[in-house]
Design a protein around this ligand. Structure first.
Ligand code: ZN
Ligand code: ZN
Length: 154
């Protein structure tokens, strides 16, 4: 655990504008400028840099589900391109893809028309509509962690 402790202390020292709190999941809270750190997580170092990516990119809320996938992808890109070398962390591509897959699957489930299983389109208000059969639906299935990460402002 020595290396993870020193990684977090370096990151804290370099980013005094953010608070860092131990929690039971990785999470970035834009309202309080706080990064929550799950010390017991697999691939700890990769996820620390991922959350730092969210923080440095100033990620706030998202309005449509598809935007969440973009936010997640951007945070990984920032971690890999701007942070991994600085903090000497090797971020494995399969860790990134596994994580993005959970968002892709969530997005797929939410956007699937309950009547005809075509893929619907989501309006800015969060309602889905099927162009095939005209069904409209609002998915209330929560993305297990991510929906608590970013509040929907509509
Ligand atoms: Zn994320
Ligand atoms: Zn349909």
């Amino acid at each position: 655990m020595h290396s993870t402790t020193s990684l977090v202390s370096r990151i804290k020292r370099d980013h005094p504008q953010f608070a860092f709190i131990n929690g039971n999941e990785f999470r970035w809270s834009p309202d309080t400028m706080t990064i929550y750190i799950d010390q017991s997580s697999q691939d700890f170092e990769a996820f620390v840099l991922h959350e730092l990516g969210h923080a440095l990119l100033n990620h706030k809320s998202y309005h449509r589900d598809i935007e969440l996938l973009k936010i997640e992808r951007d945070a990984w890109s920032h971690a890999v391109l701007a942070l991994a070398d600085v903090y000497n962390v090797a971020i494995r591509e399969d860790v990134i893809q596994d994580n993005l897959d959970t968002y892709r699957e969530w997005l797929h489930r939410r956007s699937t028309c309950p009547s005809c299983t075509a893929t619907g389109l989501q309006s800015s208000k969060g309602l889905y509509a099927c162009l095939g059969c005209g069904t409209r639906w609002k998915s209330n299935e929560a993305r297990n962690c991510a929906l608590r990460r970013y509040s929907i402002t509509h």
